[in-house]
Design a protein around this ligand. Structure first.
Ligand SMILES: [Zn+2]
Length: 251
């Protein structure tokens, strides 16, 4: 038998049978996990106000005797994000980011960074923001590029030359690298995505600033298009995910 207490940000809740539920959540030390709340849909005493997406809950976990699955013994609601729930624009953004987090299946290694990233984003969405619709792309960039290894956007991945010292940088999705024209010449060069130094600086900025500062980032439409193309291609190639009609599907 396994027993522990852990915080979890609920991503999704599914019902099965009359009173039972499964709960998928992001935790700081175990990444994304799924646990069963037997009787959870009926028990107000064990899970008061807890079993809904967007809730941050302190859960007491147990397992079945053979340790095959986790179950939830009880929960204490820590933060239900009430202001965000009452703001339809921000709520749509939050739901999009929860779906992406679930699709990424954040592993235990590095889960703490992903967990605080998501919580910081939800804190930001508790406020009124000028353009909340710009945030999911930035969130996908930050979460996507932090799974595994993080590209260096400010230097050539081959020779280390800083991007301000060469012209026509290109981003190579498969390698997750920026390369200068002399490190990727010939036919290889054609495979790289042309990218301006403005877009590279914006990518670097997002990786090094917390969500609370993201509304300050303003970029021209061309830079935003390059930024978006790099993020979506990287996520499709390395994480196998593509946004398709309201959900992320595996590609
Ligand atoms: Zn180079």
């Amino acid at each position: 038998m396994l027993e522990f207490t852990e915080k979890g940000l609920i991503l999704r809740v599914g019902r099965f049978r009359e009173a039972d539920a499964w709960v998928r959540m992001l935790t700081p030390s175990r990444g994304v996990l799924t646990a069963f709340a037997f009787g959870g849909m009926k028990s107000r005493r064990r899970f008061p106000g807890c079993l809904d997406p967007l809730n941050l809950v302190l859960f007491k976990f147990g397992s079945d005797r053979r340790g095959r699955y986790l179950n939830l013994d009880e929960g204490t609601l820590l933060n239900g994000h009430p202001l965000l729930r009452g703001n339809p624009r921000n709520l749509g953004v939050a739901v999009n980011c929860l779906k992406f987090t679930e699709a990424v299946q954040v592993a235990p290694e590095g889960a703490e960074g992903s967990y605080s990233l998501l919580l910081n984003l939800l804190d930001l969405l508790e406020e009124e923001i000028a353009e909340p619709e710009a945030l999911p792309l930035l969130f996908r960039a930050r979460l996507g590029f932090s799974q595994g290894y993080e590209p260096d956007f400010l230097a050539c991945g081959g020779c280390g030359l800083p991007v301000e010292h060469f012209d026509r940088p290109r981003f190579f999705v498969e390698k997750g690298q920026v390369l200068c024209p002399s490190c990727a010449d010939g036919p290889r060069w054609q495979k790289g995505l042309p990218v301006s130094s403005g877009a590279l600086r914006a990518l670097h900025w997002i990786m090094s600033h917390p969500p609370g500062e993201w509304p300050r980032l303003t970029v021209p439409p061309l830079v935003r298009r390059e930024f978006s193309l790099i993020v979506e291609r990287f996520i499709a190639y390395h994480l196998g995910l593509e946004w398709d009609g309201g959900t992320f599907r595996n590609v």
